[in-house]
Ligand binder design. Sequence first.
Ligand SMILES: Cc1ncc(COP(=O)(O)O)c(C=O)c1O
Length: 386
Amino acid sequence: MKHIAARMSAIQPFHVMALLARARELEAAGRSIIHMEIGEPDFVTPQPVIDAGMQALSEGRTHYTPAVGLPALRERIAAFYAERYGVTVSASRIVITPGASAALQLVMAVLVNPGDAVLMADPGYPCNRNFVYLLNGEPLGIPVDAATHYQPDVQQVRAAWRDNVAALMVASPSNPTGTLLGAEQLQALHAEVTAHEASLVVDEIYHGLTYDAPAVTALSVSDDIFVINSFSKYFGMTGWRLGWLVAPEDVVPEIDKLAQNLFLAAPTLAQHAALTAFEPQNIAILESRREAFRERRDYLLPALRELGFDIPVTPGGAFYLYADCSRFTDDSFRFSEQLLEEAGVAITPGIDFGVNSPGQHVRFAYTTSMENLEEGVRRLRSYLAR
Ligand SMILES: Cc1ncc(COP(=O)(O)O)c(C=O)c1O
């Protein structure tokens, strides 16, 4: 056995992958499975973006771009902030990355010394703690629940603070809970973090996928916040591996330096294609998809509540419902396995999102058609009635 770095023992795979593999196996054997575990839109990338990608390819746009991204795309994203949020963001602060994943890694690497801690909501996006482990830092989960809409509030952040905290990471809308942070909450969190001379990192990857009120960008609160976004979710471009980061101006040279070293540049074809993502005809497609997601949420949420899942806060965004399943089990992993095997419904157990009562929670993703959701609910109803 080769020598493996000690930090690897802290890094967990996604537990849902085992369930997904089993689901595929069952499907290969002829079983029908309703997928409510998948964290990406079921829609393919809209045609205008595909056409733009094909055109870029036929024009031979196959070389590296600058490490911080294609200048035209940085400008286009800056214009999008003005159009959509009325916020002025200089293109020089925007760094194009291979997905939000790379943006998160860049930010963490720029902020976290070995031994530094990073505060984050639990439940939260599983990769965040691993980015911190990779830097020999310490992820510190803040247990959140319905009382604060599954988002950390200032009192919780203050109570969790330690001298070694370098940053607070939040996501709005959040994965797995779909809840948002308003302007006042963002302001309060920013003030608290700044008082400790630490940084606020806000993951806005589910922006655009909001169903009650539009999400507030942290960039409207301060220029001194690291904001992460991506073409993956709202823009429906997961496989293109393209995201971006908005950083405080003085940190951009550090990020540029690191991006050059870590991945040279984001995929060139994807960057050219993404220029079209902001065109009105593409946005019109995305908005009709948003309506489809809203319709799904509005169907699935009451249906799950009626079945006995407790979802105390109506999630205003993303495509997830984080449900308390303690009426049925206190081992949500086993429960998810049984649902898959016996009812043909795949969901994500809470264990993937942290250590805050994961056994009592599961995540449903409405990244499948209404017909499939209705069939999923039928299967759940008959399974739970047994
Ligand atoms: C909260 C959150 N952040 C970041 C990511 C990474 O997305 P990508 O690298 O595709 O942009 C995801 C993916 O599911 C996510 O849910």
